[in-house]
Design a protein around this ligand. Structure first.
Ligand SMILES: *[C@@H]1O[C@H](CO)[C@@H](O)[C@H](O)[C@H]1NC(C)=O
Ligand SMILES: *[C@@H]1O[C@H](CO)[C@@H](O)[C@H](O)[C@H]1NC(C)=O
Ligand SMILES: *[C@@H]1O[C@H](CO)[C@@H](O)[C@H](O)[C@H]1NC(C)=O
Ligand SMILES: *[C@@H]1O[C@H](CO)[C@@H](O)[C@H](O)[C@H]1NC(C)=O
Ligand SMILES: *[C@@H]1O[C@H](CO)[C@@H](O)[C@H](O)[C@H]1NC(C)=O
Length: 354
């Protein structure tokens, strides 16, 4: 009895001064609006190792109209919204691209814990509601935090292409840290719902016409390179089969290629069977030479990046569509040879009829 009392006493003494409950630290630091919304939430007793992305009071009430719109977009389920802001930093949070090489499929996707990279961080959240996440069994929804040249603060990328800024330094609490943000996180939707928010409506309309949405909206893990409207141009004029193939070549399956995971020289297989290759120049990511304009729009089942041109061009000045425009790095010269031979073959075949 006596020993037990002493043990409890010592344990209490050993708790550092900042080890207060989430609610207490939120109140003490003026995050009263968020604290109020967290009442009764299981997150209050969760931890350790959490990063709680905490909207400032101004974000929740000041810019009333912006916030209300986003909250409505995100649905009225406050607990889901709160969960999306809570990141488990001790949990595996980093997808190892090597796990997704080739055609290994989504089924074996595993999360690996790794150091936060220089270009940003990919975190698993506590959001596991199937209404907002479809990344395969046991995988919660994701958040990307990174710095961009146009903003002085790191940005947190969420659904519908929305991002919010990290507003102040981290504040410790007993279950982890509070990271203040200057807006409300937007819950992810499916691809078809998201594309109009990204100025990629032509690409979206083409996917719709080609009947590809039911498949793309329900697959477990996809990365979509969405040409913006200017880049998509009049590709809709292509013959149906050619257009459908072109569209599939803009979707990588089985790997959620959040920008912090992109590695120069890495190649991914598309739904169209082609390979796309990542390159990084001056800190900007390119896919087959197409520049990523806006990255990391989180969708229910993966991520969308808008790009500044089509990944495969079908105009007469470029190689025929049967020739991959970019193959795996190791196969590049071989593809080029194949193109030369095909070209010669056509020329020879045409001669007798002249
Ligand atoms: C919010 O919207 C309403 C109606 O659209 C408008 O009257 C009001 O001025 C807006 N408030 C702010 C803070 O923009
Ligand atoms: C966070 O992740 C760790 C390691 O996977 C796990 O043990 C813990 O239960 C998680 N915490 C919450 C609140 O989900
Ligand atoms: C997934 O992993 C299992 C067990 O390691 C293996 O048997 C299976 O072939 C893998 N599936 C794919 C599609 O790689
Ligand atoms: C996923 O979310 C659930 C519910 O919030 C949580 O219990 C679980 O620990 C989370 N998984 C990870 C790996 O953080
Ligand atoms: C995509 O999401 C929207 C809005 O949540 C929904 O109405 C639509 O049915 C979804 N489409 C598919 C194919 O799941």
């Amino acid at each position: 009895m006596q020993a037990q009392h002493i043990f409890v006493f010592l344990t209490l003494c050993a708790i550092p001064a900042f080890a207060q409950s989430l609610l207490a630290v939120l109140q003490e630091n003026g995050f009263t609006e968020y604290a109020e919304r967290l009442q009764g939430d299981p997150i209050l007793s969760a931890g350790p190792g959490l990063i709680v992305y905490t909207p400032t009071n101004a974000a929740l009430v000041g810019n009333g109209n912006v916030t209300v719109t986003r909250r409505q977009d995100a649905g009225s389920d406050n607990s889901a919204e709160n969960s999306y802001g809570c990141v488990n930093a001790t949990a595996p949070r980093w997808v190892d691209p090597a796990e997704f090489e080739g055609d290994s499929g989504a089924g074996n996707a595993t999360l690996r814990k790794k150091q936060v990279g220089p270009s940003g961080s990919v975190y698993g959240t506590l959001l596991d509601d199937p209404e907002w996440v479809n990344l395969g069994p046991g995988r919660n929804q994701t958040i990307v935090e990174k710095r961009v040249p146009t903003a002085s603060l790191p940005l947190v990328f969420t659904g519908l292409g929305a991002s919010v800024g990290v507003a102040a330094s981290d504040i410790p609490f007993e279950g982890g840290i509070i990271r203040p943000i200057n807006g409300v996180l937007t819950l992810p939707r499916n691809l078809s719902y998201t594309l109009p928010f990204l100025s990629a409506e032509r690409f979206g309309a083409a996917l719709q016409n080609a009947g590809l949405f039911p498949d793309l909206d329900n697959r477990a893990i996809i990365t979509v390179f969405a040409p913006n409207d200017a880049a998509f141009g009049d590709a809709n004029n292509l013959p149906d089969a050619q257009l459908a193939q072109l569209l599939r070549e803009h979707v990588v399956v089985g790997f959620p290629a959040y920008t912090p995971l992109l590695v120069g020289g890495r190649t991914y297989r598309t739904l169209g069977g082609s390979d796309v290759t990542v390159s990084i120049r001056d800190g900007v990511a390119y896919i087959n030479g197409a520049r990523i304009l806006a990255g990391d729009a989180i969708i229910k089942n993966g991520v969308v990046h808008t790009i500044d041109r089509l990944l495969t061009t079908q105009s007469p000045t470029t190689p025929p569509s049967s020739i991959p425009t970019a193959a795996a790095t190791t196969a590049k010269s071989l593809s080029w040879l194949a193109f030369v031979f095909t070209f010669v073959g056509i020329a020879v075949a045409a001669l007798p009829s002249v």
